[in-house]
Design a protein around this ligand. Structure first.
Ligand code: NAD
Length: 264
């Protein structure tokens, strides 16, 4: 097929439903001719993920819980048996106990701190290493981050610390794998209503605040994140690595937020 991703194969991790950022990215890549495989967290999500994946052709589906390294290894073994090589990997996974995505960061528990870092940070490094082993001709790795890594956002708490570590991982992975022609980048997306976002306290208020204060005076969509992912994962992004690309309607450049969010 024709398109920016013609002849390219890759794995998308983190598809839960049609609101997922992973779905916006999958649609953009498929529209440009990419061949896709998906991973989903567990049986409970399978019934939602299968019909979505089928809409984009006959893609491969793998169950993978990134908290379990044996599960990660099994998935890559299966993927390698089917495809041998891949050109790109998308990591759209994050998790924290929602009881700790409200109140004070300083109250975060040791157990949830470790789990959040494991699932939201280490998992990207673990899959980057395994994906790179399937990229003898080079490739492109992508993860998803949020502005709460750079500045304090209400309720984001331990996830902000995790995203800061994830963004640092992007730099170190870019350096490690760059000499093999493998690029590594992140998209810092503005707030989008998804399953994961619904766990964050007062998320509706954060969306409204972003809409009123971003230079574009609106929020972004999964489709817009998908288009930016297409740039980073295709040859259009061939000179870009170690980058945190903001797809947030410009919110991150605004110092003095001018517009008060009304009571909502
Ligand atoms: P989502 O709920 O659709 O996706 C999160 C995914 O993480 C789900 O598919 C879930 O199954 C998966 N996941 C969680 N724990 C897992 C585990 N142990 N093993 C395997 N998969 C696991 O929500 P989303 O908003 O599309 O989230 C995707 C990424 O985008 C996350 O990293 C999130 O932090 C990031 N992000 C989201 C927003 C937003 O406002 N929605 C903004 C910036 C960044």
């Amino acid at each position: 097929s024709a398109g920016l991703m013609a002849g390219k194969k890759g794995l998308i991790m983190g598809l839960a439903n049609d609101k997922s950022i992973a779905w916006g990215i999958a649609q953009a890549l498929a529209s440009q001719g990419a061949e896709l495989a998906f991973s989903y967290q567990g049986e409970a999500l399978k019934k939602r993920v299968v019909p979505l994946a089928e809409k984009l052709g006959t893609p491969r589906l793998f169950e993978c819980d990134v908290a379990d390294m044996a599960s990660v290894d099994t998935m890559f073994d299966d993927l390698k048996a089917q495809w041998g090589e891949i050109d790109f990997l998308v990591h759209a996974i994050g998790f924290s106990d929602k009881n700790e995505l409200r109140g004070r960061y300083v109250d975060t528990s040791h157990a949830n701190f470790l789990m959040t870092m494991d699932i939201s940070v280490y998992s990207f490094t673990a899959v980057a290493k395994r994906a790179a082993a399937m990229m003898p001709a080079g490739g492109s790795l992508l993860t998803l981050t949020y502005y709460g890594a750079e500045q304090v956002m209400p309720h984001y708490n331990v996830m902000g610390i995790a995203k800061a570590a994830l963004e640092a991982s992007v730099m170190y992975i870019a350096e490690d794998l760059g000499k093999d022609g493998i690029r590594c980048n992140a998209i810092s997306a503005g707030p989008i209503k998804t399953l994961a976002a619904s766990g964050i306290g007062d998320f509706r208020y954060i969306m409204k605040w972003n809409e009123l204060n971003s230079p574009l005076r609106r929020n972004v969509t999964q489709e817009e994140v998908g288009k930016a992912a297409l740039y980073l994962l295709s040859d259009l992004g061939s000179g870009t690595t170690g980058e945190i690309l903001h797809v947030d309607a410009g919110y991150h450049v605004v110092g003095m937020k001018a517009v008060d969010a009304p009571d909502i």
